[in-house]
Ligand binder design. Structure first.
Ligand SMILES: Nc1nc2c(ncn2[C@@H]2O[C@H](COP(=O)(O)OP(=O)(O)OP(=O)(O)O)[C@@H](O)[C@H]2O)c(=O)[nH]1
Ligand SMILES: [Mg+2]
Length: 223
């Protein structure tokens, strides 16, 4: 019974996710779902990336948190269109939440949409939002064992960002072991080791993301 209910919730979610994706495709917007534990650096990665985008690639942001407008205010402070979703206790965003946020965003005036999911390495992986890319952010202070302990999240990722690279030595972070852990569940996702603090490694991540953004723009032009 429990499994049947879960399946039906997920399939209802997937329907709306498909509609969201179609809407984003029509607007030529690349949507990136950023998932990580609390404090890994989701908002920092969004801001560091947005700051370095070429002028013709305009960002928008959806912020997901249980409560508060703290992250949305940080983003709005940079002049970036943003919608805050408060889940009121829910541990992940879902496609209907994103649908209502899309209705409030100027999709025609943006080329890339960052969706910051609720800080959690478990539930967000199960819910398709209609984004084109699922990016998992891990960070040095969390330790190198996370891919082994939360395999579902890493298995579904299109890319893995390892943030706070400036702290690798401080936390005796074993990068090889981390890479092995990711490879156990996901052989395709590139791993970007970077630091929002020093900006090291941001360029490689941005090149990869902008390649995908160009594909999304081409999809929009074909319509
Ligand atoms: N040393 C270091 N600190 C960082 C880096 N990136 C982010 N931080 C710090 O990590 C803390 C959390 O960063 P956020 O970007 O707010 O993390 P988040 O994942 O958005 O957090 P929640 O939205 O609360 O889940 C802040 O104090 C940042 O300044 C980094 O590359 N190096
Ligand atoms: Mg945040």
């Amino acid at each position: 019974m429990k499994i049947a209910v879960k399946k039906s919730i997920l399939s209802a979610n997937d329907r709306v996710a498909g509609e969201n994706r179609a809407r984003l495709d029509a607007a030529g917007v690349l949507a990136v779902n950023l998932m990580a534990s609390p404090g890994a650096g989701k908002t920092s990665v969004i801001l560091a990336t947005a700051e370095r985008l070429p002028v013709e690639v305009r960002p928008g942001v959806i912020e997901g948190d249980l409560a508060s407008r703290i992250d949305a205010d940080r983003v709005a402070g940079r002049g970036i269109p943003v919608v805050q979703i408060n889940t009121g206790g829910g541990c992940h965003l879902d496609a209907p939440m994103v649908r209502s946020a899309l209705a409030q965003l100027p999709l025609d005036a943006m080329e890339v949409l960052f969706i910051e999911n609720v800080g959690n390495l478990i539930c967000p992986a199960e819910f398709d939002l209609g984004a084109h890319l699922a990016v998992v952010i891990a960070s040095a202070p969390e330790g190198h064992d996370k891919p082994y302990k939360y395999p579902g999240m890493f298995a579904r990722a299109d890319a893995v960002v390892l943030n706070k690279a400036d702290l690798l030595d401080v936390f005796a972070f074993d990068l090889d072991d981390f890479r092995r852990g990711v490879a156990l569940v996901n052989r395709k996702a590139p791993i970007f080791v970077l630091s929002c603090r020093t900006a090291d490694g941001l360029g490689v991540w941005m090149d990869w993301m902008l390649d995908r953004q160009r594909d999304a723009a081409a999809r929009g032009e074909q319509r």
